[in-house]
Design a protein around this ligand. Structure first.
Ligand code: PLP
Length: 410
C-alpha cells in the first residue's frame, strides 16, 4: 500500500523455522543507517525503538563498525581464564565513570541481574547472615526471563507454566515508601529496582522513593541494587540513572545499549559487596569477550565526542513537548507523557490500545513500540536530531488519525 511517505509494497520473506516465541511484525529488515532502517523492498523507516533501547548511537555507526572489525581481526575470544585488553580497559572506564570498584561482565540483561541476585545472597552468606536470603523487587518490575530474573519479575504472564520458580522472592509496591519500610527487614538480601520501569510502560521511580530505599537498606543491612539495563547508558540524559537521581546503589546492572548492539551485560559493584563473589562462585564463557568489549569502549568514546548527555536532555524535552501536544490534541485517547530523557511513554486510554498503533505506523515509515500498561514507548537512538523527532511526530500524528478513523477504533 503506497502511503503519504511513499512507501512501496512490503515484501516479507518468511523464515518458517524460527521458533514462534515472538509475535514478530511482518517486516524483514536488511540494513540500518543512523536512525533509519531499510526493509528488503527498500522502504525506509524512522526507528523510535532502537532495538528496544539498544542502538543508542543508531544503526551501523561507522566508529562502532570499525572498532568491531579491528577487534575481530585481532582477537575474538580467549575465555575468562585470561586477561585481555578490551574487557580490562572497559571495566576500568566503567568503574571510574560510576565511582564503583569492580565490574562483572556477562552477555545480557537477565544474566546481569542473575549475577546481582547471586551477589546479594553470597554477600549475606559471607557476612554469616544465612537467614538474609530474600530478594525484594517492585510491583511492575521486569528483570529478565531466566529463572532468577524471572522470579524477581512481577508480571504473572511471564511466569505462567514455568513454576515452580526459585523461592525467596518478594514484591513491594513501586514508589510507596511506607510499604518499603515494612518490606525490608533482617531477611532482605537486596532490594532490586529499576529507576525507570521500562517493560511495564515507562514508569519512573520518584527521587523520594529511591532516596528512601537507600536509607532503609542502610538501616537494615540490605543491598540496594539498580537495574539500569534499559534506562542506563545515557538514555535518561545522564550516563547512569543513579547520577540523574543522585542516589548511589551498592551495585547496578547494565546491558542493552552498552555495546550499541553487540551482546554484553555488566554488574558494577562497590564497597564491601565486592568481595562476595570469589574465584569459582560465578562465571560465563563469553561474558565481556573482546569484540563486544571493544564496541562498548568505542561507544563510550563516541558519547564523549558527541556530548550526548547534553543532546539527550534537549532532544528529550522536544520529544516530550511533541508527545504532550499529541495528548492535548486527542485528550480522550492519550494521557500526558511520562519518563526522562529519551525514555518516554505516552499512556493510551480507550477507545483503543497502544498496540493498535504499531502496525499502522509501519505504513507511515515509523517504528514505535507498545509496552506494559497500555503505553506507547519511545526509546529512539540517542543521536536522533530535532528534525528527525519532528518528522517522526508528523508520521505518528498521521498514524493516530488513521487508526482512530477506522471503524474498529470506536
Ligand atoms: C529493566 C530490564 N532488565 C532486564 C532485562 C532483560 O534483558 P535481556 O533481554 O538482555 O536479558 C530487560 C529487557 O528488556 C529490561 O528492560
Amino acid at each position: 500500500m503506497a502511503t503519504s511517505t511513499d512507501h512501496g509494497p512490503r515484501l516479507v520473506t518468511r523464515h518458517s523455522h524460527l521458533l514462534a516465541n515472538y509475535a514478530r511484525a511482518e517486516i524483514n529488515f536488511v540494513r540500518g543507517e543512523g536512525v533509519y532502517l531499510f526493509d528488503e523492498s527498500g522502504n525506509r523507516y524512522l526507528d523510535l525503538v532502537a532495538g528496544i533501547a539498544v542502538c543508542a548511537l543508531g544503526h551501523a555507526h561507522p566508529r562502532i563498525t570499525r572498532a568491531i572489525a579491528d577487534q575481530a581481526a585481532r582477537l575474538v575470544h580467549v575465555s575468562n581464564l585470561y586477561h585481555h585488553e578490551p574487557a580490562g580497559t572497559l571495566a576500568d572506564r566503567l568503574a571510574q565513570l560510576a565511582g564503583f570498584d569492580a565490574v562483572f561482565f556477562c552477555n545480557s540483561g537477565a544474566e546481569a541481574n542473575e549475577a546481582a541476585i547471586k551477589l546479594a545472597r553470597k554477600h549475606a552468606f559471607r557476612n554469616g547472615e544465612t537467614k538474609r536470603t530474600s530478594i525484594l523487587a517492585a510491583n511492575g518490575s521486569f528483570h529478565g526471563r531466566t529463572f532468577g530474573a524471572l522470579s524477581a519479575t512481577d508480571n504473572p504472564k511471564y511466569k505462567e507454566g514455568f513454576e515452580p520458580l526459585p523461592a525467596g522472592f518478594a514484591f513491594t509496591p513501586f514508589n510507596n515508601i511506607e510499604a518499603l519500610e515494612r518490606a525490608i527487614d533482617e531477611t532482605t538480601a537486596c532490594f532490586l529496582v529499576e529507576p525507570v520501569q521500562g517493560e511495564s510502560g515507562v514508569v519512573p521511580a520518584t527521587a523520594e522513593f529511591l532516596r528512601a530505599a537507600r536509607r532503609i537498606c542502610d538501616e537494615r543491612g540490605a543491598l540496594l541494587i539498580f537495574d539500569e539495563v534499559q534506562c542506563g547508558m545515557g538514555r535518561l540524559g545522564r550516563l547512569f540513572a543513579s547520577q540523574l537521581y543522585g542516589v548511589v546503589p551498592d551495585a547496578f546492572t547494565l546491558a542493552k545499549s552498552l555495546a550499541n548492539g553487540l551482546p554484553i551485560g555488566a554488574l558494577l559493584i562497590r564497597g564491601a559487596a565486592v568481595g562476595a563473589l570469589r574465584p569459582g562462585d560465578h562465571g560465563t564463557t563469553f561474558g565481556g569477550s573482546p569484540v563486544p568489549a571493544a564496541a562498548a569502549l568505542e561507544h563510550l568514546n563516541v558519547r564523549d565526542a558527541l556530548d550526548l548527555d547534553t543532546h539527550v536532555a534537549a532532544a528529550g524535552t522536544l520529544l516530550r513537548d511533541e508527545l504532550a501536544a499529541i495528548a492535548r490534541d486527542w485528550p480522550e485517547v492519550f494521557a500526558a507523557p511520562r519518563g526522562h530523557g529519551l525514555m518516554l511513554g505516552l499512556p493510551v486510554y480507550k477507545p483503543t490500545i497502544a498496540a493498535a498503533f504499531v502496525a499502522p505506523a509501519l505504513d507511515e515509515g515509523l517504528l514505535i513500540n507498545a509496552a506494559g500498561r497500555n503505553t506507547l514507548r519511545f526509546i529512539p537512538p540517542l543521536i536522533i536530531s530535532a528534525d528527525e523527532i519532528r518528522d517522526a511526530m508528523s508520521r505518528l500524528r498521521r498514524t493516530i488519525a488513521r487508526v482512530l478513523a477506522a471503524p474498529s477504533a470506536s
